[in-house]
Design a protein around this ligand. Sequence first.
Ligand SMILES: Cc1cc2nc3c(=O)[nH]c(=O)nc-3n(C[C@H](O)[C@H](O)[C@H](O)COP(=O)(O)O)c2cc1C
Length: 269
Amino acid sequence: MSFLSTVRSRRSVRSFDGRALAESELQELLDFARTAENPYGIPLEWVILDTEKAGLSSPVIVGEKAYVTAKVPKVPHAEEAFGYSFERLVLFAAEKGIGTTWIAGTMDRKSFERAAEVKDGEIMPCVSPLGRAAKKMSLREIMMRKGISADSRFAFEKLFFRGSFETPLTADGAGDLADALEAVRWAPSACNYQPWRIVLADGAAYFYLKRNKGFGEGRLFDTQKIDIGIALCHFALAMEEAGRTVSLSLEDPGITAPDGEIFIASLKY
Ligand SMILES: Cc1cc2nc3c(=O)[nH]c(=O)nc-3n(C[C@H](O)[C@H](O)[C@H](O)COP(=O)(O)O)c2cc1C
């Protein structure tokens, strides 16, 4: 399957079939996760949790028997690094027909942190159930997807620009970067807010965060920076598939950001 088809066929799975994955399947996920590095070089410590043994649940998930999570040191860029590496696992699972859902909010965080033994100086921003999708979605899952328009995404021209934020980019105008940008467009994000904006200039894709109300400063971690980490991951993996290498830079290009977009990182190609 091409990278873009994996991205397009993945969706959050909130209704599972009630069967546990085989030990060998969980081990394969864990083995892959441990190789899923990020360009920040920040390590994640992965944990798989048995739902029943650890007494875990999420109000939006049914029929799950296991969760995966990861702990990361609370250092600058921990969120972007977490988003990048965790999404690699999410996409690997999707290729194997294993369902996941990024969860940052709809869980009893204390129980998960206890079960994952989160220590001082670490954060465990998100968890995901693991399993195979049930034949039918629960009513709650259907309603939830509707409520956040989970099956749609913003138009290309609203998210991507060339040279400056004044020049929106169309898929046709994006040339050989169209697939990588399309892969970003279909990435998952908290509340499906899609807070990424990208300006292409001088051989680099500059990633900006267009913040939604209720996120950001003063919280234990910045959920929308996780979203940007996911976007960086989609762009980089799509480019890699096309035989191109990208490299991360944190240098602010000084592009004027008229709507308060915050520069996060760039990928040079
Ligand atoms: C960082 C992050 C946090 C999320 N937190 C939750 C959550 O707490 N509960 C939930 O049901 N979905 C959560 N989601 C899933 C999004 O709602 C979902 O990815 C988005 O609506 C797009 O739908 P899709 O994943 O089916 O494409 C989260 C996604 C991300 C990336």
